[in-house]
Structure formats: C-alpha cells, structure tokens
Design a binder for this molecule. Structure first.
Ligand code: KG4
Ligand code: ZN
Length: 322
C-alpha cells in the first residue's frame, strides 16, 4: 500500500492507494476559503495551514481506509513544482513518516501526478496518448509514451488556463477559485453574446493574457449596472474562448503527432464545456482533476523509490527543470 501526500499549493491531501491502483482513501482539505478574502493564494498562509492540517489529514485517510501505518509499504510525496514553503511541509512529513517506519520514499513530480490521475482503477487509461494538462499553474501539451514520464510539446507563454479562469472570475466579481464559479454561471449565459479573442501563437503554445485584458476592457465599457445584467453572458463567452483555445491546440497537436488518443487532466479538466468539447478524450473523474494525493500515489508506482534513510537530504523544487 502506498501513502501519498500532496501539499504543493492550497490543498492539503493524503491518500492510500494499492500497488495495482485502487484508491482506498482520498482525503483533500482545501484552503480555498482561507485564501478567498485575498482573491488568490497567499504562500505563507498556505504553508502554515498545511502544517496544521497535514497530521489530521493523514489520520483521517488511514481511518477512512480502516488501516494503520503498519499497512503502509511506501510513502510518496510531491517534490515540486509548486509553492516552496507548502511543498516543504509535505516533504518533511513524508520523510519523517518514512524514516520513523523504516520505509522507502518516492518523490513525485506534481505534473506526472496529474497525468497519473488517469492510471487509477477502475478505468485506467493506457498510454501512449497526447495529454492536455490544464491547471491553475500550468497549461501543457504532453506526449505521454508510457506510465513513467512525458515530453513537453507546448506550454503557455503567459497565464495558465486555470489562472485565466480565476482572474476572469475576479473581474466578474465572482468568488475564488473562479473556474468552478464561471463554469456554473456560464450555463445560464449565451456563449455567443460577446466575442473574445483566441490567441494564435506559433507552434503548440498557448497565450491567455490578451483574453484577460479583453475581458477587463469589456467590463469597464459596460459599467456596473450592465455588468450585473450581463454577467452570465460574459462568463459564458469568456469560458467559450478559453475552451476553444484549449481544444484547437490539442486537436492540432494530436494531428501533428499522429496521436490516436487524447487525454485531459488538471483542475481545468473539471470544466463541463471542455469535457463536452472533447467527447472522445480520456478524462479523470472530477475529484481526481483538481489537486489530490491519490494521483501522487498513482504516479509513485512508476517512479524509482529511494531506499530507507537515503532521502533525508532530499529537497523540494519550486519550478520544473524543463
Ligand atoms: O490542478 P489544480 O487543482 O491545481 C494546480 O495544480 O494548479 O487546478 C486548479 C485550477 C484553478 O485555477 C481552478 O479555477 C481551475 O483549476 N478549475 C476549473 C474548474 N474547476 C477547477 N476551471 C474551469 N472549470 C472548472 N469547473
Ligand atoms: Zn495541480
């Protein structure tokens, strides 16, 4: 059994997963409410909250699976990329647990974790596939040849797709995190009401900053009363532009690489319009799209473990080497 820990951003998460990919417990404690009043994540606040939550979250995970630390054979943890202080809380907890129990430790890359959300039972996706990873911190097109890793084909030149959702929600006066709020409101609006630009940068990269600026100008132009009246239309049109950009690039990449299968992972993969726009894509269940530790334990099955006690000096990393 693998105990996975994830603390790279504002979710404190632990999970117990079997070596063949069955989830026994998957506990996520979101700090979203804590950060909502700031309209975004405050890194130092996140670290301190992780510190308070990590032990209760692990305890709850073991209880939910009716297991104890005696059943854990390996400890897996997100090593990066993410907020460095937040990552260090999870990594230190993982080292302490593994060391105290004489267990090996498996360091997992957060992005590999998102991809590995697709490798869990009961309906695992089999590589090779082309994968769109769209979250609050990343927008990547990945060539996934096997379970062990990936190659980056394209990335965002500015904002991530989830960031575009969150910043757009803020301009519309919606809550944080904004993706789910826009998703909900967009269902009541007309996606053709406003025309927002879809940036077409060369190659397989993305750009979302122009879109955000276009929304800002539109909101200013409309004024407070009109914004109130047209909020759902704005949300629907803005969401349509983001989804269109993601879908167009993903389909172009699939054609260029002759990929037979497409997969979508990351928090933005929870978006209902995106899911409907790629009906044949492999999609993780909603609760595995946003950050969680089951995906980290899943990835750990395909990463070399570090034997007992050789991991004490292991460090976290804030950004990917790539
Ligand atoms: O993967 P994730 O939980 O954390 C990162 O690794 O960044 O992704 C969080 C992002 C946020 O930007 C959030 O607004 C977005 O995923 N998100 C959504 C939806 N649910 C979450 N975006 C669009 N539609 C949704 N339903
Ligand atoms: Zn993530």
């Amino acid at each position: 059994m693998i105990l996975g820990l994830e603390t790279s951003c504002d979710e404190t998460a632990a999970a117990l997963v079997t070596e063949d990919g069955y989830i026994l417990a998957n506990v996520v404690s979101s700090q979203a409410e804590l950060h909502a009043r700031y309209g975004g994540i405050v890194p130092e606040v996140a670290s301190r909250r992780h510190l308070e939550l990590i032990t209760p979250v692990i305890r709850e995970t073991l209880d939910e699976a009716r297991s104890s630390l005696d059943d854990v054979e390996r400890v897996a943890v997100t090593r990066g990329p993410g907020l460095i202080g937040a990552l260090l809380v999870g990594l230190s907890a993982a080292k302490a647990l593994a060391w105290a129990r004489g267990l090996p430790l498996v360091p997992v890359d957060h992005l590999h974790g998102h991809v590995a959300s697709l490798f869990l039972q009961p309906d695992p996706a089999e590589p090779p596939f082309l994968c769109l990873l769209a979250s609050g911190g990343h927008t990547l097109l990945l060539d996934v040849p096997d379970h062990h890793g990936f190659r980056v084909l394209g990335t965002t030149l500015d904002d991530a797709a989830g960031e575009a959702f969150d910043k757009g929600a803020r301009l519309l006066g919606l809550g944080y995190p904004g993706g789910a709020e826009i998703d909900r409101l967009a269902r009541e609006g007309d996606p053709e009401a406003f025309e927002f630009p879809v940036a077409r940068v060369p190659g397989l990269d993305f750009s979302f900053s122009g879109l955000k600026t276009a929304l800002l100008y539109k909101v200013r132009e409309l004024g407070a009363d009109e914004l109130e009246r047209r909020r759902a239309d704005l949300a629907a049109s803005y969401q349509r532009a983001i989804v269109r950009a993601l879908v167009e690039r993903t389909e172009a990449a699939a054609e260029q690489t002759s990929a037979e299968r497409i997969a979508v992972v990351g928090g933005v993969a929870a978006n209902s319009e995106l899911r409907a726009s790629l009906p044949r894509a492999a999609l993780a269940p909603l609760e595995l799209c946003t950050d969680n530790a089951a995906m980290i334990a899943s990835a750990a099955r395909y990463v070399e473990e570090i034997p007992f006690a050789r991991y004490l000096a292991l460090d976290a990393y804030a950004s990917s080497a790539a």
